[in-house]
Write a protein of this length. Structure first.
Length: 210
């Protein structure tokens, strides 16, 4: 299945740089800190996580379905501090063998996959028992007012303008429902100042495949 969002890809490539300057780079560092062995990054986008992988990682399979983002990702891979293999593929059908990864990294991707449950089953499939799922996502708000704003956004233009992104997904509940044990979880707003938009509530955490 081809995935092509040329306008979003161009906008996202610029926006991700601005997001990193606003503090997202620190979240990316936390996301991958302490990882070891073989890592699969799902929806690796334009490769903004790559510079932050620690040297204890022996290799990253960076999976990205969007061809324009994948081209930028491939150009960034040689400068990464760890070996990176770039692959085309969907979150729901990863080109990775069963139980072959020590960790799976999900970064701002579960908001836009067509089926979170299927994508998380795939992450579980490729992880070794005891392997880590690292996630950094924007999620459903904890306050009723912002949840209402999210529902309106998701029912109107937000998914159309943002390549299928949905703001009101309870991603942490979906991770637990997929059979993972959440062992670390940090909830925060991003950006941290200003009026919170529909995508402001974020989580960053670690789950384990039992």
């Amino acid at each position: 299945m081809a995935v092509s969002h040329p306008i979003f890809a161009r906008v996202f490539a610029r926006a991700s740089v601005a997001m990193d300057r606003a503090g997202a780079a620190a979240h990316r560092r936390r996301l991958v800190a302490g990882l070891r062995g073989r890592v699969v990054e799902v929806g690796a986008g334009n490769g903004r996580n790559l510079p932050h992988y620690p040297p204890t990682v022996t290799g990253v399979v960076a999976v990205e379905p969007e061809p324009r983002l994948r081209a930028v990702l491939r150009a960034a891979a040689p400068d990464a501090p760890v070996p990176v293999t770039v692959a085309a593929g969907l979150a729901e059908a990863l080109p990775v063998a069963d139980a072959s990864a020590d960790a799976v990294v999900l970064s701002l991707v579960l908001c836009s996959v067509p089926d979170q449950a299927v994508a998380l089953r795939e992450a579980r499939r490729v992880l070794q028992p005891g392997g880590q799922l690292r996630f950094y996502e924007h999620v459903v708000a904890e306050t009723p007012g912002l949840r209402r704003v999210q529902r309106v956004a998701d029912a109107t233009l937000w998914p159309l303008c943002c390549a299928g992104c949905h703001t009101a997904r309870d991603t942490v509940a979906a991770i637990r429902a997929a059979g993972f044990t959440v062992v670390e979880l940090d909830r925060f707003r991003f950006p941290p100042t200003g009026v919170p938009g529909p995508a402001a509530p974020h989580v960053l955490g670690t789950a384990v495949r039992p």
